[in-house]
Design a protein around this ligand. Structure first.
Ligand code: GRF
Length: 207
C-alpha cells in the first residue's frame, strides 16, 4: 500500500529523493520546476547513469547503488533503503528507475513513478513499443503511487498522446516524454503541498 500521503510532522519543504536508471530527462524537468520540495539526493542502480551526472552538475548529492555489487536483490534493496534513509527522504520519485522495489521499501516511503502509457494498459519496461505493436491510436503518460505489483498503484494523473501513423518507438516516446516532463513535476508539487489524498485506489487532489 502507498504510505500515508502527509508526513507525521509536515515540514515546510519536503525532502525528495529521486531514483534514476537512465538519461534523467524527467529528473531535469523536476529540477527546473520550483515546488515545496527539494531534491536532496539522486540515486541510481547504474553508476554511469546520465541522471547522476546531471545531479552532480547541480551540486546535488548523487549516489550509485550498483546492483552488480550485491549478491541478490534483497541485499541490494536493503543497501538502497539505507541510502534513501540517510537522506531523510519524505518522498521518493522514480524518474526512469528500471528496477522493482521491495515491499519493505514501498511501505517506508511514499513513492511516485512516471510511466509512458495510460495505465493499466501496457505496464512493464516496454510500454511504448507494446502500445505501438498493439495498434492503439491513443496512449500517454501516467504518474502513480508505487505498490508492490508493477505499475499498478493508485493513479495521480494521466494525459493522453495521440499515436501517429508513421510513429516509431523513438518518436512516440519523445512526445510522451514531453508530457511526462510537465505531469511529473506537477504531481510532485501537489504531494509536497500536502494536496494528494489517497483512499484505496482513488487519489483526490485537495483544493
Ligand atoms: C520515461 O519515459 C519514464 O516514463 C520511464 O522511463 C523513462 C525515463 O526517461 N519510466 P528519462 O531518463 O527521464 O529521460
Amino acid at each position: 500500500m502507498p504510505a500515508a500521503v502527509t508526513t507525521a510532522t509536515p515540514s515546510a519543504t519536503k525532502r525528495v529523493v529521486v531514483l534514476v536508471s537512465g538519461a534523467g530527462s524527467n529528473l531535469h524537468a523536476l529540477l527546473e520546476r520550483p515546488c515545496n520540495g527539494e531534491v536532496v539526493r539522486v540515486i541510481s542502480d547504474q553508476p554511469g547513469a546520465g541522471g547522476l551526472a546531471l545531479a552532480r552538475a547541480r551540486n546535488i548529492d548523487a549516489v550509485a547503488v550498483d546492483r552488480r555489487q550485491y549478491a541478490d536483490r534483497s541485499v541490494w534493496d536493503a543497501a538502497l533503503r539505507e541510502v534513501v534513509a540517510e537522506a531523510a527522504a519524505e518522498l521518493v520519485v522514480l524518474a526512469g528507475f528500471m528496477r522493482i522495489l521491495s515491499g519493505a521499501f514501498i511501505s517506508r516511503w511514499p513513492t511516485l513513478n512516471v510511466h509512458p502509457s495510460l495505465l493499466p494498459a501496457f505496464p512493464g519496461a516496454h510500454a511504448v513499443a507494446d502500445a505501438l505493436r498493439h495498434g492503439v491510436k491513443i496512449t500517454g503518460a501516467t504518474v502513480h503511487f508505487v505498490v508492490e505489483q508493477v505499475d499498478a498503484g493508485p493513479i495521480v494523473a494521466q494525459e493522453s498522446v495521440a499515436v501517429r501513423a508513421n510513429d516509431t518507438t523513438k518518436t512516440l516516446h519523445a512526445r510522451i516524454k514531453t508530457v511526462e516532463h510537465r505531469l511529473l513535476p506537477e504531481c510532485v508539487a501537489l504531494f509536497c503541498a500536502d494536496r494528494l489524498a489517497v483512499d484505496g485506489r482513488q487519489v483526490r487532489i485537495l483544493p
